[in-house]
Write a protein that binds this ligand. Structure first.
Ligand SMILES: [Zn+2]
Length: 422
């Protein structure tokens, strides 16, 4: 019965997606103190509720305790000084963490002063958060408890966007930012639409990506901003480790180290934004591999350099940039033998090692560059997926974020290959 219903259901005229924008804020001295107090209260609530939950779970095996921070407020009146939504959000985050980890027999971590993330989230209710324009360059954001905080509006927020929540954070260099999340109506992607210009990216170490078109290859020289700054960061970190926590020198050094980290990530973001922007404008669909980056960094000893080049970030940027232009990102399943298959005759070379950068196909004799061959295979597979989607294949799923992929049932069975080495 339900099946019939979904088939009859027409495509909605709009879908709601979340969009996020981040702005620099410049709180006054008093506002900074209140923000720091809020961070501290969130940590306090997290640790106390977590403690209660752990002991409750031990007593009543398998049952979860769900209490609000209200009872803590009675005994600790200082909690009333800060934004109550921040504390509730802490409780909700803790709930999520407990549900996930208790089931696995683990517990969430306690938060430690000076080591925890310096941020809190508050919700939009009845215009309690509002942008106030005072002059050409003078703008403020009204926030619960804090009042008007100076905000640097480097770009305007469309009027039709509906604010959902706001996260106030302090970076390690001592700057304050606010990230605002909005609900936005967008046109859904037309099902079974035709895509003409398609690009495919193969993830390549130690550079970033190799493209099927050859126009968007990113070599090692183009990236590794972090590596260039790494020596300097290590030096600062050593100095920091000798400082007494909380001293004036400690914070000075901490902010200096933070600045370097921020420099590295700012360069990375800038580079990836430009690349993803170009690609999403010039192509209708982009094909990428759905590889597990965490698994890769741990098992293949690439470690930091996997995170360093921001491949995951690039995929996310591509997804939302394509989506906003009513285009799709195709994720090819991680069991697809993109490296081991010959792009000319589709014979699979099971003997290919990770160290083989070039190889010759035993069936048809074509000589391949490992990454180029891989990107060609991804492009073919991506086209195949798009065609299957166009003909109404129900084993494919289009996520609201605009990512088209196989439904995760038994992906290994589809490609019938060994999992090693890929
Ligand atoms: Zn071949």
């Amino acid at each position: 019965m339900t099946e019939e219903k979904t088939e009859e259901k027409e495509m909605p005229s709009t879908v709601i997606v979340s969009k996020c924008m981040e702005f620099r804020v410049k709180p006054t001295k008093e506002q900074k103190i209140l923000i720091w107090k809020t961070f501290g209260c969130c940590r306090f609530v997290w640790n106390h509720l977590l403690d209660e939950r752990i002991s409750y779970e031990k007593m009543n095996k398998g049952k979860l305790l769900n209490t609000t921070p209200a009872h803590l407020k009675k005994e600790n009146p200082f909690l009333c000084e800060v934004d109550s939504m921040a504390l509730i959000n802490t409780q909700l985050n803790l709930n999520q963490a407990c549900n996930k980890l208790f089931a696995k027999g683990k517990t969430p971590r306690f938060r430690k002063k000076g080591k925890d993330k310096r941020s809190y989230t508050t919700n939009w209710i009845n215009n309690n958060i509002e942008i106030i324009h005072k002059g050409d360059r003078e703008n403020y954001i009204k926030l619960p408890k804090l009042g008007r905080v100076r905000i640097i509006l480097h770009r305007s927020i469309p009027d039709e966007w509906r604010m959902k929540h706001a996260t106030v954070k302090e970076t390690t260099s001592g700057k304050f930012f606010i990230s605002l999340t909005f609900d936005v109506d967008i046109k859904p992607i037309e099902t079974r639409k035709k895509f003409d210009r398609i690009e495919a990216f193969d993830y390549s170490m130690p550079s970033l990506v190799v493209s099927a078109s050859g126009e968007n290859d990113i070599t090692q020289d183009d990236i590794h901003w972090y590596r260039n700054l790494e020596k300097r960061i290590a030096k600062e970190q050593r100095k920091l480790s000798r400082m007494k926590y909380g001293s004036k020198n400690y914070w000075e050094r901490k902010h200096k180290t933070g600045k370097l980290h921020e420099k590295a990530s700012a360069r990375r973001n800038d580079f990836l934004h430009k690349l993803s922007c170009n690609v999403s404008r010039s192509f209708d669909a982009v094909v990428v591999e759905d590889i597990n980056l965490q698994h890769m960094s741990q098992s293949l000893n690439f470690g930091k350099s996997v995170y360093d080049n921001g491949y995951g970030l690039l995929r996310n940027m591509l997804a939302y940039k394509l989506n906003s232009q009513v285009k799709v990102l195709v994720k090819v399943d991680r069991f697809f033998p993109s490296s081991k298959r010959c792009s000319a005759c589709h014979a699979v070379n099971h003997d290919l090692q990770l160290s083989d950068r070039e190889w010759t196909c035993k069936s048809c004799g074509t000589h391949h560059d490992r990454d180029k061959n891989s990107s060609k295979n991804l492009l073919d597979e991506g086209k195949d997926i798009l065609n299957r989607w166009a003909s109404g294949d129900s084993s494919l799923i289009l996520a609201p974020s605009g990512v088209l992929s196989e439904k995760k049932l038994h992906p290994q069975a589809r490609y019938n290959v060994r999992q090693d080495g890929e």
